[in-house]
Design a protein around this ligand. Sequence first.
Ligand code: 5GP
Length: 212
Amino acid sequence: MKMKREGILVVISGFAGAGKGTIVKELMNRYDNYALSVSMTTRQPRVGEVDGVSYFFVSKEDFEKNIAADGFVEHACYCDNYYGTPKSYVEKQLADGKDVILEIEIQGALKIKELYPTALLLFVMPPSAQELRKRLIGRGTETMEVVNKRMNRAAQEADGIEQYDYIVVNDTIEVCVQDTHSIIEAAHAKPIRNEALIRTVREELKRMAKGE
Ligand code: 5GP
């Protein structure tokens, strides 16, 4: 009997404007092995964001209650707002063998790595800093002040990139989505993510060698 493959917790981080949202959306559209975790946040919804789809938008009080009830896998404070990954969804999807995607920032990513040593950490990079700036301005949704703030934040975040397992360069979205999927597929073949299968076959071999 073939063993069900174990789900991987896939963390996707990257600078604002690097295109991680688009990559995640495409992964979800194209392949059926992924489940996307919806985070809880205390920040205000932006135009077009839907409660329960983009985020679960909650008050600071409710967020803190959830922390006290041990309801998060991880949570972090980012630009004066709380963000957290609800525990129940992640655990259920992993148990179903899904690869669960968390689109979170670096503090959360490092906590995940500590708690789940088999998690896969990916960092989405723009082809260059100039391109990132061009994209942020090109969106037309932010003032120059916000663009500059996000560029400053990117400069800080860049210091943590080596803590990730892989970078994916988002030059053309098509190639980037395929690269990301390939990395995740290859990660499934690592011994650390196949301990149950290895153990079973090893034990069977030992029994056979003893003539049982
Ligand atoms: P935004 O406000 O632009 O939607 O998100 C701000 C940052 O928070 C982004 O880097 C996003 O990836 C991150 N983020 C979203 N949800 C979570 C979460 O549940 N935990 C952590 N640690 N970061 C999150």
